[in-house]
Design a protein around this ligand. Structure first.
Ligand code: F6P
Length: 543
């Protein structure tokens, strides 16, 4: 186990003894509480003033960031050093959106040459498909795109295509990820195969879900059309170019990326092809611009004005010091309804680790459970627990100042009012006296008010951050996603872990491979534990 750090001990003592406990008082005692506990980057505002922190908390967190060398590690990442030490890889997703085009050296060569070449190839192909210059095997324009991928080869583009609906003027996009045959079967029912283009997206081109779904799609095309149609109806995104060629996809339809791009950080390059197909290369460029702007901000802004740094410090404080084990991400934006799913992989696959960079057990907690749904829907589902449950769950609200829709202003006004009211309610709460008063004001007798009032008490002092930006444009989305990527990075440095490997997904994959023949034949169950053996037998008996 790693030794405890001075800064962490100071933070723990501060949390117990000196951090604000009464947030109503914290606001009324400091008229500048919002100014002192918020930061902006262009139109993007991060407000953490409703979290139980003060200047001393932030100073101690900054001390910890210094102790953990967050700034020099950030620079090491941007410079292409092999910070993914368990796989001996650079971590250069930022190169995919390096709009400055300044050289980034990896393995002795400037990666920008390859990055730009793939971006250009994507642009030519997607504009060809969108314009109808590149057609289906029958000469008709493609109407539908089906992206077959999973994890990082699915969640990012699926989230972004939905988020970018107002800019979507390309073919319809569908996403198939699950090995459950229902997913591809239901998708194939909804498309005309004659005018459907499949993107097989897999960094490794070995993932069993993607390979199985790809073969099913291939069979569907061959059955509905013919073998020659495969060349027209498939393209692929992968780092394993040799494996893709075996599938029968022409070289000019293979879009590469590199082992220095982690799957969950890969949306900015070829994995973003469905997004580019949907909104076009120019808008996709704006999406990259937004992320690049956030990269520069992360590199240059001082800590208190640095949004990823502050979001990371606050996130770490809640998890490691306050011991809040989950965080809810609640976008008040229906088009960000897949954001929480995307962030679950980004955050939990990155920071769900128990071993430090020097191969010791993590001292204290590491990354939290991340979950969420859009508001206002969540208010009518799980917000009860956020307000009155026995666990404290920090909430991250996300909302745009303006909507894309015209002539329906009241919708957005209500959305904003609800979003801000929720963070206000979590912070302020309602005391027993206030609850009692409210009941008696409505004419209730004292005895009945005594009985009911405790049920209407809200403890308050429940932390939340709020992110606000002008409008959910491609630029704003790119900036938001890059903000979250860097926040995950900051937290990883504070935990002292490698955010860029994912060994924790291996064991389940290995056991599934070993179990498949047992499920298929029923033979070999005797070697299994009694529960797993009985489950296999039960399924076989009732099917
Ligand atoms: O199982 C986890 C994982 O390896 C993720 O890290 C990755 O994003 C996903 O599977 C898909 O992998 P691939 O793109 O290689 O098919």
């Amino acid at each position: 186990m790693t030794s405890k750090s001075k800064a962490i001990e100071a933070l723990k003592s501060h949390f117990e003894n000196d951090a604000p406990k009464d947030m109503r008082a914290a606001f009324s005692n400091d008229p500048k509480r919002f100014e002192n506990n918020s930061a902006t980057f262009d139109d993007l505002l991060l407000d953490w003033s409703k979290c139980a922190v003060n200047d001393q908390t932030l100073t101690l967190l900054e001390d910890l960031a210094l102790e953990k060398n967050v700034a020099s590690k950030r620079d090491a990442m941007f410079n292409g050093e092999h910070i993914n030490i368990t796989e001996d890889r650079a971590v250069l997703h930022t190169a995919l959106r390096n709009r400055s085009n300044l050289p980034i050296i990896e393995g002795g060569k400037d990666v920008m040459h390859d990055v730009n070449a793939v971006l250009d190839q994507m642009g030519v192909f997607s504009e060809g498909v969108r314009s109808g210059d590149i057609t289906a095997s029958n000469g008709k324009k493609f109407t539908d795109i089906v992206n077959i991928g999973i994890g990082g080869s699915d969640l990012g583009p699926a989230m972004a295509v939905l988020a970018m609906a107002p800019y979507h003027d390309g073919p319809r996009c569908h996403f198939v990820s699950n090995i459950d045959g229902a997913h591809i079967a239901d998708t194939l029912k909804n498309v005309q195969l004659e005018t459907t283009l499949f993107i097989i997206a897999s960094k490794t081109f070995t993932t069993i879900e993607t390979m199985t779904n790809a073969q099913t799609a291939r069979r569907a095309i061959v059955e509905a059309l013919n073998e020659d149609a495969v060349a027209h109806h498939f393209c692929a995104v992968s780092t394993a170019l040799d494996k893709v060629a075996d599938f029968g996809i022409n070289e000019d339809r293979i879009f590469g990326f590199w082992d220095w791009v982690g799957g969950r950080y890969s949306l900015w390059g070829a994995i973003g092809l469905p997004v580019m197909m949907a909104i076009g290369a120019v808008r996709f460029g704006e999406f990259l611009d937004g992320a690049h702007a956030m990269d520069k901000h992360f590199k240059d802004a001082p800590a208190r004005e640095n949004l990823p740094m502050m979001l990371g410090l606050i996130g770490y404080y809640h998890r490691a010091i306050c011991d809040y084990s989950t965080r809810a991400v609640i976008p008040y934006d229906q088009r960000l309804s897949r954001l929480a799913a995307y962030l679950q992989q980004l955050d939990m696959e990155s920071n769900g680790k128990s071993v430090t960079l020097d191969s010791q057990s993590v001292c204290g907690p590491s990354g939290p459970i991340v979950w969420g749904e859009p508001g206002t829907n969540g208010q009518h589902a799980f917000f009860q627990l956020l307000h009155q449950g026995t666990d404290i769950i920090p909430v991250e609200f996300i909302v745009a100042a303006t909507a894309h829709e015209t002539g329906m202003d009241v919708h957005h006004q209500l959305l904003l009012a609800n979003c801000f009211a929720q963070s206000e309610a979590l912070m302020k709460g309602r005391t027993l006296e206030e609850a009692h008063q409210q009941l008696t004001d409505k004419g209730m007798g004292k005895a009945e008010a005594d009985r009911l009032a405790p049920h209407k008490v809200f403890s308050g002092n429940r932390p939340s951050t709020t992110l606000v930006y002008k409008k959910l444009t491609p630029f704003a989305l790119g900036r938001l996603i890059a903000l979250y990527e860097h926040r995950v990075f900051v937290e990883a440095q504070l935990y002292g872990i490698n955010a860029f490997d994912q060994w924790g997904v291996e064991l389940g994959k290995e056991l599934a491979t070993a179990l498949l023949p047992v499920v298929q034949t029923g033979k070999g169950a005797a070697k299994l534990d009694s529960s797993t053996a009985a489950l296999v037998k039960y399924v076989s008996d009732i099917s």
